[in-house]
Design a protein around this ligand. Structure first.
Ligand code: ADP
Length: 744
């Protein structure tokens, strides 16, 4: 045996595959590569009483003097040679042999070049009409569509075949603990149906062996195991992973004794390649069932495994289809939507069809949308911070949120379970589904957390399962689990959202490109047309002037010709304005540090020349420097100041005031007048092309100036707005970036 000293803290690491001994209801001989005996179990002498010499190193010929089949000389030698060449040791199992006139089953297995020969009695203590019993059992098992019935019938049929006192279907739950989900038992025994057992009752390495060997018999818990002998000095521990007779861990033996069990037999149930559970059979007196009977029972286990696998796949597929359908429906609805996230909010029921839950949150940065039962806003903020800080994957789910984030303890009734789907980490966009806690009782077979530390026998002390008296635990704060299909559905939904978002982005990009193209075309068109109109217009003007000088045209005729000339002038003005407006679209801004005092003074001088005596009183206060295109800013100020002068001319006295303040990173200029003013309803439309207000109709103008100003302001990423009152005056505000360094 290995030198491993097992105790309560390390029993999950006990090397149970190299126990150094076997159960004594059979014996073991191990042959090395030279087909000579390298190990044997000490109890061999009680099975083959004629053995006299030390077996180690003996040849197969020597063994054949005791073991064989009548009239088949060298049967064993030939069997091993042929199995070895075909590498098919297990295929022949069990091989009926005779020892001292008694029938035995030889079970051959191979391990790292060694051949293990295990001998067990060939008769168990019950008779089996194999074909009939198995046929009946399989038919019975498969007759039940309902899962609970299927499991119960399996327990009944296995009990029928092997006649153990109690047969249980023991299922491993997600967290590793197990529960009795079906049972067939003798009437006098109390039922263990529905009892739960902690994960530590069947440690990991034992589970691994259950996956490799589908049946396991412990024939007599109270028998003394037989040691395995080998040549002195051999340090290699004999690996009994594949051996039928492998001795049982002392902890497990004690565990069974504590339960009053004398013999145990288990059949593994495998589903999806994993150990789903066990058909666990207990007998309260020692019980040996031979290899063949064990194999029949194994067949029932395999039938059950296949039935479970089939049912599971059927259920999984149905659920998967339903969820995929919901995702596809939602994905289709998202396509062609302007705003994908708002589209999701508009149909929250679909979100709850993709992932069945009591509430859902769509968080998109500062905008959030909630539907159904969701945690209060403080809890939501804590949860989102935690998720964005800790979750590195696209999806994440949990069924016990308060264990993860204790501050959220008070949200148990709403959010014990969360399913998180990250849409964009940068923009903190995500979807979160919530499930409430499901309070339920677990009936444990004994308190799973309380080993008996006071017992004198150390083996008792390390056995946590000393008491199997039912102990009830109320489980709180845990939601229904999230199924694999649901997690897959969330991943699918995320892909749908992302592809809708990218389609949307693509469509916006394409539209922008088309708009730009159309815009450029329009600009070129308006530029060309304006330009081309200028020549015919000049001709009209010239002819009109000729007609004005024609003395034969009198009275109303003269007036009409004069109007033609005036209108031609106005049209020329408008064409020039349109040309100016179009030009701005083509010119790129050349930013420079501008001394605004000089520019403003320049503009005022020009205006004085035009208006002369009608010039209002212009006061200029602070003139902060600006950062912008010199020509363009000149155009802005020229338009704003000349409008102020133009529309305040008739006030008495008319005044215009220019000032500026510097706030944060921008300079705000104000140009105020005490003129005609603008109606509140027109404050926006004055910036549109050719828009002139009714109160200025008798004052000359094209309605293009402010449209140009607005365009230039936009090009400088600035802002312009107006505050005004009819017949009182207007103040235009102009906010533009301040230069990095002020040069006052
Ligand atoms: P216009 O050539 O008509 O002045 P603008 O585009 O410069 O064209 O101005 C558009 C309209 O805005 C003007 O026709 C006028 O109705 C109004 N407006 C602009 N500035 C003022 C102002 N300082 N006072 C009153 N109305 C103004």
């Amino acid at each position: 045996m290995s030198n491993f000293q097992v105790n309560l803290s390390n029993c999950d690491r006990e090397p149970i595959h190299i126990p150094g001994q076997i159960q004594s209801h059979g014996f073991l001989i191990v042959l090395d590569k030279e087909v000579r005996v390298s190990y044997f179990s000490d109890n061999i002498y009680s099975y083959i009483i004629d053995l006299t010499k030390d077996l180690l190193g003996s040849s197969i010929d020597y063994l054949e003097t005791f073991i064989g089949i009548s009239f088949q000389p060298h049967f064993l030698k030939n069997l091993i040679a042929s199995s070895g060449s075909k590498n098919s040791f297990e295929k022949n199992n069990p091989v009926p042999v005779e020892i001292g006139g008694n029938g035995y089953f030889l079970i051959i297995s191979k391990n790292a070049g060694q051949i293990l020969l295990e001998f067990e009695q060939a008769t168990s203590d019950f008779e089996l009409n194999v074909q009939y019993v198995l046929g009946q059992s399989i038919a019975q098992v498969l007759a039940h569509k309902n899962m609970d019935k299927l499991l119960e019938q399996t327990a009944i049929e296995v009990k029928e075949i092997i006649s153990f006192d109690r047969v249980m279907i023991y299922q491993f739950m997600d967290d590793g603990h197990g529960a009795v989900v079906a049972e067939a038992k003798n009437n006098e025994l109390e039922s263990w149906l529905g009892l739960h057992y902690p994960a530590s009752d069947i440690p990991q390495q034992a589970r691994a062996l259950y996956k490799l060997n589908l049946t396991r018999l412990i024939a007599d818990v109270h028998s003394t195991p037989s040691k395995i002998s080998t040549a002195p000095g051999t340090t290699d521990h004999l690996d009994l992973t594949n051996a039928q007779l492998r001795a049982v861990s002392p902890i497990h033996i004690q565990y069974l004794k504590n339960m009053g069990v004398a013999s145990s037999f288990s059949i593994s149930i495998i589903c999806d390649g994993e150990l789903w559970g066990l058909i666990a059979c207990h007998n309260y007196t020692a019980r040996f069932i031979d290899f063949k009977s064990r194999e029949y029972a194994k067949l029932i286990g395999q039938i059950l495994s296949s039935a479970l696998q089939f049912r599971k796949e059927e259920v999984d597929q149905n659920e998967k289809d339903a969820l995929t359908f919901s995702v596809a429906k939602l994905g289709k609805a998202l396509l062609g939507q302007q705003d994908v996230l708002s589209a999701l909010c508009s149909d929250p029921e679909s979100l709850l069809q993709v992932v069945p839950a009591n509430g859902v949150l769509l968080s998109a940065g500062i905008n959030s949308f909630r539907y159904g039962k969701t945690p209060h806003s403080a809890a939501e903020a804590i949860l989102l911070d935690w998720l964005f800080d800790n979750v590195k994957t696209d999806t994440f789910c949990d069924t016990n949120l308060s264990a993860l984030i204790p501050e959220l303890e008070d949200c148990k009734s709403i959010a014990s379970g969360i399913m998180f789907c990250m849409i964009s980490r940068e923009d903190r966009e995500c979807l979160l589904w919530f499930r409430p806690e499901q309070v339920y009782n677990v009936n444990w077979a004994g308190n799973p957390n309380k080993p008996d530390d006071n017992h004198l026998d150390p083996l008792f002390r390390i056995s946590p399962r000393l008491s199997f008296e039912t102990w009830r635990e109320e489980v709180r704060g845990v939601s229904n689990k999230w199924k694999r299909e649901e997690i897959n559905a969330v991943n699918l939904l995320k892909q749908e959202i992302l592809s809708a978002v990218s389609l949307q982005a693509g469509a916006v990009k394409e539209m922008n490109a088309r708009l730009k193209e159309a815009y450029e075309e329009l600009e070129t068109f308006s530029y060309t047309i304006s330009h081309d109109l200028k020549n015919p217009l000049a001709s009209i003007k010239s002819y009109a002037q000729l007609l004005i000088r024609d003395k034969s045209i009198l009275g109303s005729g003269q007036k009409m010709v004069q109007r033609i000339a005036d209108r031609a002038d106005q049209m020329n003005l408008m064409i020039n304005a349109v040309l100016d407006y179009s030009k701005i679209g083509k010119i790129t801004v050349e930013f420079a540090h501008l001394k605004m005092k000089e520019i403003i003074e320049d503009i005022i001088i020009d205006l004085q020349i035009v208006y002369q005596v009608n010039m209002p009183i212009i006061t200029v206060d602070v003139t902060h420097d600006l950062f912008g295109d010199k020509v363009m800013l000149h155009q802005i100020f020229s338009n704003l100041i000349s409008n102020a002068v133009k529309y305040s001319q008739h006030s008495n006295p008319s005044t215009v005031h220019i000032n500026s303040v510097c706030k944060n990173n921008e300079v705000v200029y104000t140009i105020s007048d005490n003129g005609l003013g603008i109606a509140a309803a027109d404050k926006q439309s004055i910036f549109e092309l050719f828009n002139r207000m009714d109160n200025v109709k008798n004052i000359e103008g094209s309605g293009v100036g402010l449209a140009i100003v607005k365009r230039i302001v936009d090009k400088h990423h600035g802002k312009i707005w107006v505050e005004s009152e009819i017949d009182t005056g207007s103040t235009f505000f102009l906010a533009l970036p301040k230069p990095v360094k002020f040069g006052f």
